[in-house]
Design a protein around this ligand. Sequence first.
Ligand SMILES: Nc1ncnc2c1ncn2[C@@H]1O[C@H](COP(=O)(O)OP(=O)(O)OP(=O)(O)O)[C@@H](O)[C@H]1O
Length: 295
Amino acid sequence: MNKLEIIKLTKTYKHKNANEDINLTLESGVYGLLGPNGAGKSTFMKQLATITNPSSGKILYNGKDIKTLDDKYRSMIGYLPQDFDAYKNFKAEEFLMYLAALKGLNKNEAKKRVEELLKLVGLYEVKNKLISKFSGGMKRRVGIAQALLNNPKILILDEPTAGLDPQERARFRNLLSNIGTETIVILSTHIISDIESVAKETIMIKDGKLLLKGTHKEILEDMKGKVYTIKTNDECEIGDIQRNYKVASINRGVENTQLRVISEVLPKYENTTQTEPRFEDVYMFYFELEDAREV
Ligand SMILES: Nc1ncnc2c1ncn2[C@@H]1O[C@H](COP(=O)(O)OP(=O)(O)OP(=O)(O)O)[C@@H](O)[C@H]1O
């Protein structure tokens, strides 16, 4: 069994609830934690990683409070904090060997595991290079590798793809598929495409509260009838639509301009057709975006 139960989890900083009354059950598999800046994702993950204690509520691992499991629980988790900073004066391999020793791996075990992980994150060729000479994406990959050192049962990754280029993002997706199916993986992001293909379920939080949890199919099903395409050539109308609706994208074609609109009611414009929702519409529906994307 590999199960986390999060019960009425609340974290208050001064007078603000960064997490409020969150109830969730997580079992093996990848969960994408989605929410805008300040939604409470890091706070949630820090509590799972025992970096900070809940103000109220509790977290159970296989039925036992993680507070009482203490080091036993900690030995089962891998954590990549949002602000992970590797010791820059270490070489990649040296740094991972050092952390492996801290995590209690013996030297032979550590050597084998570090080599495996360096290959997995694509840093084996540069294992003897100073981390200070690495790009942001490479440093992030060192962070991902260190979170995996102890073969965690629970892997908590706070924005693992921040700073990664498209190729590195693709590599990260492959890497996740190589992580045991017996692991609970929770990864936070505000980039919907990062979780679209890898997460079995998406968890959305907003203003510290749980908004929804579901499979992509369930979430998309819920979006049906809320996405429209409006075709127009009238600049006044385009402005009007932008002021009154959530516009996911604007496509300025030769013949006309097409606006992808998210709305719970049928928009009142002439050339409006309902269209199939895409996963990226979900973010727009639940969270405001500042500007429509011009495509
Ligand atoms: N140590 C702290 N002291 C006071 N307030 C905090 C602290 N940590 C977080 N907060 C506040 O709690 C709220 C949630 O922050 P959190 O970092 O968990 O959000 P987030 O979803 O991870 O955001 P981001 O995507 O920007 O990282 C924010 O309003 C933040 O300012």
